[in-house]
Design a protein around this ligand. Structure first.
Ligand SMILES: [Mg+2]
Length: 424
């Protein structure tokens, strides 16, 4: 071959590559919109709440769920409201994320929106890093929820600008469908009803289901027996081939968790989730070292640095960061890398199933064997979507439209309110 197609001979002979970094589009507006709709359900939609860390105080032990039902009774109807953030540009293309809660909308409107006005929305890594440095107290909690929403809206925008679904921007598809597990938050844990629901999930095609215990150390031996009874009931209901998980929502302690793990072990829980508080990383590691049942956690932890601390401590067998809480799509990619080098699967917590469907479609199966699908919560979280991402035969797939690919169904919106706390 006389002339290489790789043009080797031209090395150093041509024009040097140019880099201008010029932004083809600019952010012109960050809009926060609260949508209201009428949520219909038969009977009590929320049948049972989970155990909570605050339950150690008798005056709070019988509180209703602090987050849910999100739908408030107004004049006999359930008024459901969620906020969404939309980033607009001078080229007309926009990106949306949500639902989010009003405190996160406040952070976006008052801190983030003024800061990112005029920025290049495609340079999402730059915006993330600048906001992280700017909001120096914002490493966890509501400010990180706000940053997560902004980052996710930027990825939606990027997809819409390029005309490609998010999973393609992330290097996918690695696979086109991902197993979802049926997460039974809000379902009754009365043994007969729980068994019936669990069998129903299996009939719908789910290969795994997670249930939320109601009893903690201060409920004594009677509560402990009922926790074990729930696990036994579920195992007997679904048979040997379906994975069953148990979630303690940060409400147990080391001794109690090890007692539960040893007594539940014969029914083979796939994992025990969040046995202790998220800051108790050393105690996670103690539990994991001694437990016959795998331990999971991380939905209430944030960013790559939180994931690093869990991994370095050997705290969990499965990590469960939430895309919409831990830092958005950009941060989940970093968290996934950290988990992968520690050989710890990342099974995202389910605040945004549409976004998680894209991420997991771009990840190898061993890194992400399941995605959480909170059966009841998604009826609320995805209420306003024209095309909600719902498991079919226990599997989810990302939408094929550009960006995240979910659209608001205007017919569901009974009222709309712009949220703004800024002057003018
Ligand atoms: Mg959980």
């Amino acid at each position: 071959m006389a002339e290489s197609s790789l043009n080797r001979s031209a090395s150093f002979a041509g024009e040097p590559a140019r880099f201008t970094g010029a932004a083809p589009i600019r952010i012109t507006n960050v809009r926060l919109t609260e949508l209201h709709g009428r949520f219909e359900s038969e009977g009590d939609f929320w049948e049972e709440r989970l155990v909570r860390p605050l339950d150690v105080y008798p005056e709070h032990k019988r509180d209703p769920d602090q987050h849910i039902p999100k739908a408030r009774d107004v004049d006999g109807a359930h008024d459901l409201s969620w906020a969404f953030v939309t980033i607009e540009t001078d080229e007309g293309v926009s990106g949306m994320a949500g639902p989010i809660d009003v405190p996160d909308a406040f952070v976006i409107d008052t801190q983030i929106a003024p800061f990112i006005m005029g920025a290049d929305p495609l340079a999402s890594e730059r915006i993330w890093d600048q906001l992280y440095r700017y909001m120096i107290h914002g490493r966890k909690g509501s400010p990180m929820f706000a940053l997560s929403a902004i980052d996710t809206a930027l990825w939606d925008l990027k997809g819409k600008w390029l005309g490609q679904p998010l999973y393609r921007l992330l290097g996918g598809p690695v696979r086109t469908e991902i197993p979802a597990y049926a997460s039974a938050l809000g379902f009754s844990i009365e043994p007969e009803r729980a068994a019936e629901r669990a069998r129903q999930f299996v009939a719908e095609g789910y290969q795994a289901t997670k249930w939320f215990v109601r009893y903690a150390p201060d409920d004594g031996e009677a509560g402990a027996r009922r926790n074990v009874e729930l696990m036994r009931t579920l195992r007997e209901a679904v048979g040997d081939d379906v994975d069953v998980m148990i979630d303690a929502w940060s409400s147990w302690n080391v001794r109690y968790t090890l007692d539960m793990a040893r007594r539940m072990a014969e029914y083979r829980p796939y994992w025990i989730e969040e046995p202790v508080k998220s800051d108790d990383i050393a105690n996670y590691a103690r539990i994991r070292a001694a437990s016959p049942v795998p331990v999971s956690g991380g939905e209430h932890e944030y960013t790559r640095w939180g994931a690093r601390d869990y991994m370095k401590a050997g705290a969990v067998d499965i990590y469960q960061a939430d895309t919409m809480w831990a830092g958005g799509v950009s941060e989940m990619l970093k968290i996934a890398t950290i988990c992968s080098v520690y050989d710890v699967p990342l099974i995202p917590h389910g605040a945004s199933v549409p976004v998680n469907a894209h991420l997991s479609a771009a990840w190898p199966p061993p890194l992400c064997p399941y995605v959480e699908y909170l059966v009841k919560w998604n009826e609320l979280r995805q209420f306003f979507f024209k095309n909600p991402v719902v498991p079919v035969n226990g599997m989810i797939s990302p939408p094929d439209g550009p960006g995240v690919g979910v659209e608001i169904d205007e017919s569901k919106v009974t009222a709309e309110r712009e949220l703004s706390w800024r002057e003018g």
